[in-house]
Design a binder for this molecule. Structure first.
Ligand SMILES: *Cc1c(COP(=O)(O)O)cnc(C)c1O
Length: 400
């Protein structure tokens, strides 16, 4: 196998530089552990950005993929696919939704949601209802529709003209919702908890009240659960924590436990507007991806699996809070389940590097926010190990 530095050079020469990458190549993974090309071992608190919720190479998923690879990889949606219908049955019987459209990523799931919401009102004869309200600091993906929905200017720069018909308001602000809703509002699109935007939690009643406002205004409510679903917040879907179900929900990241698959799930009332010819994806819901997702779903849904996530998350949160009390440079510790963040009063990049040297992979967003999104199977011992390293590196910061 090539060395880390050789692989870095190859990437730099041949791969588009869209990512700021760390100078290591990850070569192998098992559970919460990954190894780079030099054999150095890390405990993974990034989990492919909330994708590897079951850890790396979960035996149930590996075995399902291996078996399916020798049976059927891909066929067109011109035909029925058993694993696709079974996966849709699981997703709907465990959520508010009645039917599912499958695609390959989070951004595509949001594109489908935007198209469906507009088409629904088109079919109802309310052709002026085209506007979609989204939140500042939101993240919905990088293709032009989802990018237009994303309420962060830095992602828009240089890509004008964006898709018209979006209005951005402050997250967790019901007064702003009331002001923005009108007879033109087709839908409100919101992440139950903002992930990329900084692990921002809503007030306990926000989503419930938001739903009421949408119903009153005759608008649809769309939850982008791409980052928050599949146990990340201790529930299968984050909205369950808030007692408010949407009309449409988008999924991806952990859905396939490492295999690319996205989905948009909706009530039958709304999704009936997706008739033949309105939307499609060549790879969407193919046998390999759906078989992987089905095997992952069975693990997520095992009795006690998600409860354990809550316990681990609470423990992790309390350990981070201890650091918060000890170090004045920590501005805030926040999050739910295993979607946790520690915001510093200064750039946090050096902490990420220290952790990496000590064998822990963590992620930094918005310069100052450390985000912790480990596999849900992370242990207290692994958490303690990271806390020790975080403590040492916080101590070393010049301002401490
Ligand atoms: C990651 C993410 C997306 C985009 O998903 P991709 O698979 O990268 O297209 C959309 N919404 C949210 C909330 C996300 O976290």
């Amino acid at each position: 196998m090539k060395k880390n530095s050789d692989i870095c050079k190859l990437t730099e020469q041949y791969v588009a530089s869209t990512y700021g990458r760390f100078p290591i190549a990850l070569a192998r993974g098992k559970g919460t552990q990954v190894w780079d090309a030099s054999g150095k071992q890390y405990t993974d608190f990034v989990a492919g950005i909330a994708v590897d919720n079951l850890g790396h190479c979960h035996p149930a998923v590996v075995s399902a993929i291996r078996k399916q690879a020798g049976v059927l990889l891909h066929v067109s949606n011109l035909f029925h696919i058993e694993s696709q219908s079974l996966l849709a049955k699981e997703l709907t019987s465990h959520s508010f939704a009645d039917k599912v459209f499958f695609c390959n990523s989070g951004t595509e799931a949001n594109e489908a949601a935007i198209k469906l919401a507009r088409r629904y009102f088109f079919d109802k004869g309310e052709k002026k209802r085209q506007e979609i309200i989204t939140m500042k600091n939101s993240f919905h993906g990088r293709t032009l529709g989802s990018l237009s929905a994303t309420g962060q200017k830095k992602f828009h720069e240089g890509f004008a003209p964006l898709l018209p018909g979006f209005k951005y308001i402050a997250f967790n602000d019901l007064a702003a919702v009331k002001k923005a809703l009108s007879s033109k509002t087709c839908a409100v699109l919101v992440e139950p908890i903002q992930g990329e935007g900084g692990v921002n939690l809503p007030d306990k009643t926000y989503l419930k009240e938001l739903k009421k406002l949408c119903v009153k205004n005759g608008s649809l409510l769309i939850f982008d659960e791409v980052q928050t679903a599949f146990g990340r917040t201790g529930k299968l879907f984050a909205y369950e924590n808030y007692g408010a179900a949407p009309d449409i929900m988008t999924l991806a990241k952990a859905l396939g436990a490492g295999v690319a698959i996205g989905a948009m799930a909706a009530t039958s009332k709304v999704i009936k507007s997706f008739i033949p010819g309105t939307h499609a994806a060549t790879f969407g819901g193919n046998p390999l991806a759906c078989t992987a997702a089905l095997s992952a779903f069975q693990v997520y849904n095992k009795p006690g699996f998600l409860d354990k996530t809550v316990q681990t998350g609470d423990y992790f949160f309390s350990r981070l809070q201890e650091l918060g009390e000890q170090f004045p440079v920590v501005k805030e510790v926040r999050g739910v389940g295993l979607l946790l963040a520690m915001e510093l009063k200064q750039p946090a990049g050096v902490i990420v590097e220290e952790c990496m040297r000590a064998g822990y992979l963590i992620n930094c967003i918005k310069q100052t926010i450390l985000r912790f999104i480990p596999p849900l199977i992370v242990t207290k011992k692994e958490i303690n190990g990271l806390i020790e390293v975080l403590s040492q590196s916080l101590k070393k910061l010049p301002t401490q």
